[in-house]
Design a protein around this ligand. Structure first.
Ligand SMILES: Cc1cc2nc3c(=O)[nH]c(=O)nc-3n(C[C@H](O)[C@H](O)[C@H](O)COP(=O)(O)OP(=O)(O)OC[C@H]3O[C@@H](n4cnc5c(N)ncnc54)[C@H](O)[C@@H]3O)c2cc1C
Length: 450
């Protein structure tokens, strides 16, 4: 008889894993600390929409939910860069191929699709408002904050960056982890629909107002509004949160073009929480074939590459694949999963940190733009050998660690080429190993792009 699997956390990772495991015949119980988001509005304070890209799309195709997801996504073809004082923002396309588009999706609506699909299998029991306190790994017992206890065969920690499962594994000595907090925070705001109810800006772009030390970004929602996020040094937030009169001055000084779109900016700024950002690095993602971590619980990253959820979904698919390959030996399956995924988790953590600089200043830096333009041109000339780093991360399924390594090599060639016009870049690029094939499920038609 296959072991009963208990998942802690019904976020994207936990809900997708429940669905995939149930489809392969497992009975799954999920414990989620929050109320059922399909019945109660619990979005306040969390990022309302997310960028979904190829690595997240593939597991959703695999799980059979992509048609439902298609109905709730908005395609974004590139970055709309709002430079200071420029009335005509510039669209920097992500790429020229049909699938090189990212998709704005509501966190809640995506989660609801996954929860519905998991429950529809008839094998998944989801219990809401049940908070795990700790896991006793000696006796295979879950302890909940309401005093309840439950035995388990296998427990999966899909309980996010502050994972209690991970903490228990740390106490048992199987997992060690650190969180590097960034000295920049974030706050979300809403750019409402215009008077006619439609989007005030082009919905098919990711809008950025890059300002060096800080930036605003905006992603469209289907209701006509945008979710806007301010990323800035923690000291800036301390100043603005302490003095509401400084908020209007700050936006007038740095984001004057943005201010007319949000009439109640100062009030909203005061009401919405300021969130922290960090990178969680964990070693030892599993314990004795009975406990394993997935998603943010194993590898939370800063959001600047829009990859945390994409990486979580990709890790879920990887874990499911290893469990399917070794159904009678979960310890070996978990070890193989960590061996495969840990280098990728480290690589995307590094690239996500690096992308903050690109977004808040690179997108208006002539040197950076020249490099990006040359990379895109080289990709056009040698599509089988070079792809810009951003595109390898967002629009491929090659391991993140390989993307990072290739990106380093490509960057060296491009820098050399721009410094030395006699350098034969074409020969050098043709000598790079061929790019791997896309996962067959990375169907460019999977999500509508018009
Ligand atoms: C500002 C911001 C913007 C982002 N933008 C993007 C983006 O554009 N694209 C992208 O790919 N990613 C983005 N991310 C990252 C993304 O949100 C996460 O990587 C993703 O949600 C991780 O999914 P998860 O299921 O692993 O964890 P979570 O979504 O955190 O889910 C964990 C679940 O476990 C539950 N839980 C926690 N503790 C317990 C407990 N003790 N007992 C029971 N249940 C518990 C929680 O309630 C939650 O439902 C962003 C993150 C932030 C902060």
């Amino acid at each position: 008889m296959s072991p009963r699997i208990t998942i802690i956390g019904a976020g994207q990772a936990g809900a997708l894993l429940a669905l995939l495991l149930a489809r392969r015949g497992h009975d799954v119980t999920v414990f989620e600390s929050r109320p059922d988001l399909r019945r109660v509005d619990i979005d306040a304070g969390r990022s309302i929409n997310l960028a979904l890209a190829t690595r997240g799309i593939v597991p959703l195709v695999d799980a059979g939910v992509i048609d439902a997801v298609d109905a709730i996504t908005i395609p974004m073809r590139g970055r709309m860069v709002h430079a200071v004082g420029d009335p005509t923002p510039d669209l920097q396309a992500y790429g020229s191929r049909p699938h090189e588009v990212i998709h704005s999706v509501s966190r809640t609506d995506l989660n609801a699709i996954l929860l519905d699909a998991a429950e529809a299998t008839g094998r998944v029991d989801i219990q809401f408002e049940v908070r795990l306190d700790r896991v006793d790994l000696d006796t295979s017992t879950l302890h909940f904050t309401d005093g309840r206890t439950e035995p388990f065969d296998i427990v999966v920690g899909a309980d996010g960056a502050g994972s209690r499962v991970r903490r228990s594994m740390g106490d048992a000595g199987s997992c060690s982890f650190t969180t590097d907090w960034l000295d920049h925070d974030y706050k979300e705001l809403t750019l409402p629909p215009g008077v006619d109810g439609t989007h005030q800006l082009d919905p098919n772009a990711l809008h950025i107002w890059p300002r060096g030390e800080f930036m605003l970004i905006a992603l469209a929602n289907p209701e006509g509004d945008f979710t806007v996020t301010l990323f800035a040094p923690s000291t800036t937030f301390e100043h603005l949160d302490a003095d509401p009169t400084a908020v209007a001055r700050f936006f007038d000084e740095h984001f004057a073009e943005f201010v007319p779109f949000v009439p109640d900016l100062v009030a909203e700024f005061g009401e919405n929480p300021t969130g922290r950002l960090g990178t969680l690095r964990a070693d030892g993602w599993h314990h004795d074939g009975r406990a394993v971590l997935v998603g943010d619980a194993a590898h939370a990253i800063v959001p600047f590459h829009g990859q945390g959820m994409n990486a979580a979904l990709e890790s879920v698919r990887c874990l499911d694949r290893h469990l399917a390959t070794r159904p009678d030996d979960p310890a070996a399956a978990f070890a193989a999963y960590e061996t495969e995924r840990k280098p990728d988790a480290d690589a995307i953590a590094e690239m996500a940190l690096g992308n903050y600089l690109e977004m808040r200043s690179g997108v208006i830096d002539p040197d950076h733009l020249a490099k990006r333009a040359l990379a895109l041109e080289l990709e056009r000339r040698h599509p089988g050998h070079l792809s810009p780093r951003y595109n390898m991360v967002m629009f491929s399924t090659m391991p993140y660690a390989d993307a990072l390594e290739r990106a380093r090599r490509q960057a060296e060639l491009i820098t050399t080429s721009l410094a030395d016009p006699t350098f034969d870049i074409d020969t050098a690029v043709r000598a790079l190993p061929p790019l791997p094939a896309l996962d067959p499920l990375a169907d460019p038609e999977a999500l509508s792009i018009s």
